[in-house]
Design a protein around this ligand. Structure first.
Ligand code: CP
Ligand code: NVA
Length: 317
């Protein structure tokens, strides 16, 4: 196991147990009130981009676990201006027990992790969003605990969220099909990694350029913004996503019991309609809440493994 979480396959062997732990913890108030594995610890979170869910779920989750969350906005600390990422990592490691980092280039979180002597969790880079994938697969497990009847279709951009979603599905043996416009395919190296894992777990990873084909027979329909943070100068790309909106017409091709997922923030009227977002089969707000529970499991796993294992044993995971 890696000492850091940069992409979701870093925790492939423990992923299922980490999610089961999160679900059990969420549902048992006795644990959630008394269990303080981060007592006396401080966890710092560096943000180079805005965040609602990641920031608030880390702050509240760390607080609930007895730790002190410290949010460090790029404009307020020296990183990238008068201090390198590596020096920042070494300084912060002297004060803190763990770090999370939301950055632009994935190489930056790799550099922070290489130089830090405390665990580093990627809170979104241009390539990966493992905390999102943890919440996503946790949400699917709540609906279908063994994930035997879960088939995922992604409709949209071949981006960071899709990368960890496909890796997460591959690890847990869930079929995943993604429909992306030509020219917006996911990273080839990551698809290769997902396919190697999927071969071992016995599920299918499939790409198409046809949204209707992707959603056919799928029961989890997932989309994300067509223009991600850091791509604001590429708004012209929106035109290439004609036909990729998740709307009621597209969902007619899916299983009747479809559930709609979105990492949020949603751009209503672009990648998804109001009707789908607000539909009773939309589970986007359960998914958002699960960011906190999944990350509580992850932070405990990385920062106090003994406490995580004790609870896992108690839960019979
Ligand atoms: N899904 C997600 O990461 O949301 P935020 O950008 O608000 O953190
Ligand atoms: N793909 C989006 C995800 C936001 C949570 C982005 O990187 O902006």
């Amino acid at each position: 196991m890696s000492d850091n979480l940069l992409a979701i396959d870093d925790i492939a062997d423990d992923f299922k147990a980490i999610l089961e732990w999160a679900i059990a913890f969420k549902n048992d108030e006795d644990f959630s009130y008394d269990f303080k594995p981060l007592d006396g610890m401080s966890i710092g979170s560096i943000y180079e981009k805005p965040s609602t869910r990641t920031r608030v779920s880390f702050e509240t989750g760390i607080h609930k676990l007895g730790g002190q969350p410290l949010t460090l906005l790029k404009g307020d600390i020296q990183i990238g201006k008068s201090e390198t990422i590596g020096d920042t990592a070494q300084v912060l490691s002297r004060f803190l027990d763990g770090l999370t980092y939301r950055c632009f280039a994935h190489a930056d979180v790799e550099e922070l992790a290489e130089k830090a002597s405390v665990p580093v969790i990627n809170a979104l880079s241009d390539k990966h969003h493992p905390c999102q994938a943890a919440a996503d697969l946790m949400t699917m497990m709540e609906k279908d605990p063994k994930l035997n009847n879960t088939r995922v279709a992604w409709v949209g951009d071949g981006n960071n969220v899709l990368h960890d979603l496909m890796l997460g599905c591959a690890i847990l043996g869930v079929d995943c099909t993604w429909a992306v416009p030509e020219g917006y395919e996911p990273d080839e190296g990551i698809v290769k990694r997902a396919k190697i894992i999927a071969k071992e777990t016995g599920c299918r990873m499939k790409q198409t350029h046809n949204p209707k084909k992707a959603v056919k027979n799928a029961n989890i329909i997932y989309t994300d913004a067509f223009v991600s943070m850091g791509e604001e100068d590429q708004v012209d790309k929106m035109a290439d996503f004609d036909g990729f909106q998740v709307n009621m017409e597209l969902l007619e091709a899916a299983d009747e019991d479809w559930a709609f997922m979105h990492c949020l923030p949603a751009h209503r009227g672009d990648e998804v309609t109001d009707e789908v977002m607000d539909h009773k089969q939309s589970i986007v707000f359960d998914q958002a809440e699960n960011r906190m529970w999944a990350q509580m499991s992850l932070v405990t796993f990385f920062c106090n493994k003994a406490a995580w294992e004790t609870l896992a044993e108690f839960l019979d995971l």
